[in-house]
Design a protein around this ligand. Structure first.
Ligand SMILES: Nc1ncnc2c1ncn2[C@@H]1O[C@H](COP(=O)(O)OP(=O)(O)OP(=O)(O)O)[C@@H](O)[C@H]1O
Ligand SMILES: [Mg+2]
Length: 536
């Protein structure tokens, strides 16, 4: 039997002494049962504790091994009673010895714990057996005690029991977790609004969730054991087959879409995501029919929007042309009337007629140019630009509106900087800008009677190679509430106007990478500024 370090040590320690004296009777009985030497040897070397008790519970014999229970020496046991040596177990031992001597039957398997006063082996457990020893006449002379140290076994048993308990708990725990997880997964399987399916590698459905019924109307029994073949839209058969083959070959399948037939005969768009694992295909499908329809509607709306935008651009172009040819058309009509009047003279003033017809032709040409330049503004791509002289452009513009200025009694001042650089740009478009601004100025001064009607046009170099143009009038001026809106298309304060002039001007100037703005004139009227860069 293996002995613990503790036990080995305990042998070296001085052991306690029993209480009480050894009576004569005790000594006598000890001598009475002295062992023959060979039995004594067994006693001393046996790996179990051995003792022989007289019927009155005194030690006639005890081996070293057994004294480890109480820590009292062998010699101090002999002749002493159990009550004197190990009082803690005396009651128990006396009862057993009495029972054995009375009945003649052995008592086996009684547990006794360490009894040392110093508690050194208090945690040791001994299992004891009690057998009666009889004389030849059958009378019982004493009780033989065998005590085996079962501490290690007990510990092993306890460890085993603890391990078994832990294992049992672990199993229960695991079982509980598996049950919970299964329940939770089942819950997800059941509540999922997405179609969930487990299929074999041929695509045969093995398990489907309730979402199939909710989305497509088909019951589980209608679906299981079949592939998707009979449900698919004919146009999607091939692509779906290819995806399943892909999955079966162990490749991951990207998201794919296919149409499934609803029980009511309609088709639903389903977007799939699938993986294969251990001879199974696992797929999740989402009904994206509404999304697809919305996409379709969006495409339709976009087409509609593009159409409206085209129409709007067309309407804007028409408005711009109408606006810009009003002036040359008016001039043509005026000149044609004048020509008629020259012809009506007698004799007809043919030279004047020739002169007015020249003007008509020039205005007609200008109208054509205007139309072309407006079309160029709306056309995509860069129309060609040429270098031109701004001062010359201004003089030419005045030539066009000169008669109108005269008619309205407007005083004109030109303060044109000499030596200004040529500018790159669309001459015809910029002439429209000048014409629109001057026409507005004339309109603004038409009703002015308390002061001079003055129009001043200035040019000056601006920054590097750029030119600043300003057109000043002494008209009504612009109210603060209109100043932000006057450049908007169709904004007008006039009864018979379109409100397109300044909108066209600003878009032309900005197309030339220039700036256009307005400021009040002192003491009356407004100043329109145009700044054009020399190089853009
Ligand atoms: N020199 C100015 N003095 C005062 N108000 C002006 C002047 N120029 C423009 N406005 C105001 O700005 C508005 C917009 O001018 P814009 O040239 O865009 O349109 P319109 O002259 O009214 O019409 P259209 O030019 O299409 O015949 C005018 O109706 C007017 O109220
Ligand atoms: Mg105008």
């Amino acid at each position: 039997m293996r002995r613990s370090t503790r036990e080995t040590k305990s042998k070296k320690r001085p052991i306690s002494r029993p209480s009480g004296r050894i009576t004569k009777k005790g000594r006598r009985s000890a001598q009475l049962y002295r062992q023959p030497p060979e039995l004594q040897l067994i006693y001393d070397t046996a790996p179990v504790g051995l003792a022989f008790l007289t019927p009155d519970c005194r030690y006639a014999q005890i081996n070293q091994r057994l004294t480890e229970i109480c820590g009292i020496s062998v010699a101090d046991h002999i002749g002493r009673s159990v009550r004197q040596t190990v009082p803690q177990v005396a009651d128990q031992v006396e009862k057993i010895v009495q029972a054995v001597t009375r009945t003649g039957e052995p008592v086996i398997g009684i547990e006794v714990h360490g009894q040392r006063v110093d508690k050194l082996n208090a945690d040791h457990v001994w299992i004891t057996s009690w057998h009666p020893l009889r004389k030849p006449d059958g009378s019982i002379v004493g009780v033989n005690v065998v005590a085996e140290d079962v501490t290690e076994r007990k510990r092993a048993e306890a460890t085993l029991a603890a391990a078994q308990k832990a294992l049992r708990e672990l199993n229960e725990n695991l079982e509980h977790r598996v049950r919970t997880e299964t329940r939770e997964r089942l819950q997800i399987w059941n509540v999922s609004r997405d179609l969930l399916v487990v299929a074999d590698m041929a695509g045969t459905y093995l398990n489907v969730n309730p979402a199939w019924k909710a989305t497509l109307g088909w019951s589980e029994t209608e679906l299981l054991g079949k592939t998707s073949q009979w449900l698919l839209h004919p146009e999607d058969l091939e692509t779906t087959r290819a995806q399943i083959d892909n999955l079966a070959a162990g490749r991951t399948s990207p998201r794919f879409e296919s149409r499934y037939r609803h029980k009511d005969g309609s088709y639903r768009w389903i977007a799939w995501k699938a993986v294969s694992n251990q001879e199974r295909i696992y797929a999740v499908g989402r009904d994206i029919t509404d999304l697809k329809e919305a996409e379709g509607e969006l495409r339709q709306t976009r087409r509609e929007l593009a159409r409206v935008a085209r129409h709007t651009a067309f309407a804007a172009m028409t408005a711009a042309i109408a606006h810009e040819i009003k002036q040359p058309l008016g001039a043509i009509v005026t000149n044609a009337n004048a020509g008629q009047r020259w012809l009506d003279r007698s004799p007809p003033a043919l030279d004047e007629v020739r002169d007015t017809l020249k003007h008509v032709a020039a205005d007609g040409l200008r109208a054509t140019e205007v139309i072309q330049s407006v079309r160029a503004m709306f056309a995509k791509g860069e129309p060609t630009e040429n270098l031109f002289d701004v001062n010359e452009l201004i003089r030419e513009t005045i030539g066009i509106v000169g008669s109108e200025l005269d008619a309205e009694k407007i005083e004109l001042t030109l303060a044109l900087a000499p030596q200004i650089p040529l500018l790159p740009g669309h001459r015809a478009q910029l002439q429209q800008v000048m014409l629109n601004i001057v026409t507005n100025a004339v309109d603004a001064m038409r009703d002015i009677s308390d002061r001079a009607r003055v129009l001043t046009i200035r040019t000056a170099p601006s920054n590097s190679a750029g030119i600043a143009i300003s057109i000043e009038d002494s008209g009504t001026g612009i109210s603060s509430e209109n100043v932000d809106r006057m450049f908007d298309a169709f904004f007008t304060t006039k009864s018979n106007s379109m409100g397109m002039g300044l909108a066209i001007c600003r878009s032309i100037v900005e197309a030339h990478v220039g700036r256009m703005f307005v400021s009040p004139n002192r003491p009356h009227g407004s100043v329109f500024h145009i700044v054009l860069p020399g190089d853009h």
